[in-house]
Design a protein. Sequence first.
Length: 331
Amino acid sequence: MNYIGSKHKLSDFIITSVHKVVGDALSDKVFCDLFAGTGIVGRSFKTKVKQLIANDLEYYSYVLNRNYIGNHKYIDSLSYLFELNQLIGKKGFIYQNYCIGGGSERRYFSDHNGQKIDAARTQIEAWKTSGDIEEDIYYFLLASLIEAADKVANTASVYGAYLKKLKKTAEKPLVIEPAEYKLTKTSHKVYNQDSNSLIKKIEGDILYLDPPYNARQYGANYHLLNTIAKYDTFVPSGKTGLRAYQRSNYCKKAEVTTVFEELIKNARFKYIFLSYNNEGLMAAEKIRHIMERYGRYDVITTSYQRFKADKTENRNHTASSTTEYLHILEK
């Protein structure tokens, strides 16, 4: 999935760093990914630890993590996926509000794909309502649909705007493929809560933090994924069809240091790892001053190529070098 701020390219760096600090044996550890996003980091540790806790305030993220992290037993899904892919399109909420043919003047999806999304989303909910599917497969199918929709979205990676003309990938027909997850013997926990509230209710061994680092609001940039996930009724706002969303204090320069220190103070975890790059609202020195008040502090850095979304055809068009800081606290 295309996701601004994804730690996919940094997974090896994060895993290696955690092992250097905590040790190679993690099988008795509880690992928490508090700002999980698409769950890339949590997925990397799922089979390594005793239990994984994943959380994110955005509902689409909860759906993805409820599948990738929460699901840990085999699900027989082929017949459901086959049926979803055979459905005739339906002129539902997505088509009416986010496709040209629906009259909204928005072009987030082709008319055909918008109708396929509506048909699949309606069917998944119908199966749940009738009791034909249980919770695990419900989130598996929802995650599979969200991943499929993102692949054919007519955007430059984020949903803050759509492209004027359909790009080649958006013209391809929607195909719902299985959102594969890793099997484990133990269960895991997934939350959809404010991180500063949740931190007071959980505890463990390793806490990984990847909060928003600038003024970009994920609720705005990924609003359409929330709409597909929730499939509720509301009046889309403005040219881009936004839905109401909660603004994160981590995206506010006047608030971020206060909420960050509150989080660190309340965290009942021995090891805390914070990913934050050199373009963030909090300077590295400020982070150090806060974290070292609560234990032994260290920092590791690495440089990597961060891709900026192209506004026309290619999602990954321009590259720029970014320094990633992994701040480490042993409480």
